[in-house]
Ligand binder design. Structure first.
Ligand code: EPZ
Length: 420
């Protein structure tokens, strides 16, 4: 069944909308449940296909998994022993399957992990993950289509320095270290808020961790952990995406539960472009009542501007009078949305990782294809301001990372429908 999203441009967005739980926090937190037998409960988990796929993998491993979508609540019952086979087909459907490596290795001493998949935005190697886990004593062989990881005896803590800042690499090492013998010190750790959220969830399980959110994290290994009952942080990328929608449509919305502290770099760009942001008790009030100004942005590891916001911000720059530039420093191939925006009349020139955008007065509706998760959000945003109708296919990408985005936008006044 081919689904598409149809957007009719021109509506301004007003009202309030709830920000869902963070995809890139709940996925590693779900993997962390493997570190302790018993029944775990995780709240504020959005209905995403990546969550469903990871849930299926956990079930294949021998866990019970249930997701009450309308309560954004999942329950995972982890038995004392698992059968450690992960399906190639499921693991290849997303990147987050890679974070099963640390928990399975440290608790069960064995993991055969098919190579992860995910957005086609770059090569996305996992050499840093492998090097870090080997430092704790694991033996990891790369076979034709999977990793075979073994820990013949308990992993031992040590000092590990990452050469490259890696979010899931840091997460894998943290989850391996919490049950290792002795202390692990992680240097050049990634600092993303999703890593801080994972550490908070692990602390709810009895883990001894300090320094998360900085580039040095220290972990004292424990002999065992207990099940968690945890509420996931709000999704800073969904909140950022909705804030860009307000900027583009000259509206005003309240992003309920949005956490400004996690969104610093994105909010700085929006304020520079002319958006007003006001922190309130229930969330962030985002308002735009003036023509936007061009911006010069460059993605970077946290606390820099999230690469996951690059495509959405590019949609915004396409009709800002003047010249904006966007440099994508994290991934070598994350401009898949450029040619689709050009079909809508955008004037974008790319050389390598740098895009130069000459603002046009209007975009026009077109039939476009989403190439990856954030590109699908970018094209929806462009459709909100384009003249006429925009039809977007490839929206299975959208459902990986956004729960009912079209419903949220429609509730704010957008003319948007999902058609099959
Ligand atoms: C996480 O991916 C996120 N995914 C990505 O979000 C996000 O874009 C990325 O972090 C950067 O913030 C999840 O958390 C599930 P990295 P991850 O390892 O951990 C290179 C989205 O849209 N690298 O921090 O896979 C890598 O190729 C997704 O929600 C190595 O070279 O990203 C990339 O260029 C997309 N060797 C850079 O580092 C390694 O061993 C950052 O990758 C590991 C990474």
């Amino acid at each position: 069944m081919t689904e598409m999203i149809r957007v009719t441009g021109g509506a301004r967005l007003f009202g309030q909308v709830e920000v869902s739980g963070a995809k890139n926090a709940c996925l590693p937190i779900m993997a962390a449940t493997l570190l302790a037998s018993g029944t775990h409960q995780i709240q504020r988990v959005p209905a995403l296909t990546d969550v469903d796929i990871l849930g299926q993998i956990l079930k294949q491993l021998g866990c019970d998994f249930s997701h009450v979508h309308d309560q954004e609540l999942i329950k995972i019952q982890v038995p004392d022993s698992l059968h450690l086979i992960i399906s190639q087909q499921l693991a290849a459907m997303m990147r987050a399957s890679v974070v099963l490596l640390g928990p399975l290795l440290t608790r069960f001493g064995h993991c055969m992990l098919p190579f992860p998949g995910g957005d086609a935005i770059g090569v996305r190697p996992i050499g840093e993950h492998i090097r870090a886990l080997r430092a704790l004593g694991a033996s990891i062989e790369e076979e034709s289509h999977c990793l075979v990881a073994q820990a013949r005896k308990r992993l031992r803590g040590t000092r590990v320095r990452f050469d490259i800042t890696t979010v899931t690499g840091t997460e894998n090492l943290i989850m391996a270290a919490v049950l290792a013998q002795g202390e692990t010190e992680i240097c050049h750790a990634a600092r993303e808020p999703e890593i801080v959220d994972l550490c908070e969830a692990l602390r709810h399980m009895g883990a001894l961790i300090e320094g998360e959110g900085t580039d040095t994290i220290r972990i004292q290994g424990r002999d065992s952990l207990k099940p968690m009952d945890y509420r996931v942080m709000p999704d800073r990328i969904e909140a950022g995406t909705l804030a860009v929608a307000v900027a583009m449509t000259q509206g005003s919305i309240c992003l309920q539960h949005a956490c400004a502290a996690h969104m610093g770099a994105t909010l700085d760009v929006l304020v520079r472009a002319g958006v007003q942001i006001k922190e309130q008790a229930e969330g962030l009030q985002v308002t735009c009542e003036q023509a936007l100004k061009p911006v010069q942005i460059s993605t970077a590891p946290y606390p820099g501007l999230a690469t996951d916001m690059q495509a959405q911000l590019m949609a915004m720059t396409t009709f800002i009078q003047g010249v904006s530039t966007i440099e994508e420093t994290i991934y070598e191939n994350r401009f898949g949305h450029v040619k689709e925006l050009q079909k809508m009349g955008a004037h974008i020139h790319t050389t390598g990782r740098l895009a130069t955008i000459q603002g046009v007065s209007t975009l026009h509706g077109a039939s476009v294809v989403a190439t990856d998760l954030r590109a699908s959000a970018c094209l929806i945003l462009a459709g909100l301001v384009a003249q006429g109708q925009t039809h977007i296919t490839g929206i299975h990408h959208l459902d990986r990372g956004y729960a009912r985005l079209e419903h949220k936008l429609a509730s704010l006044g957008a003319q948007i429908q999902r058609l099959s």
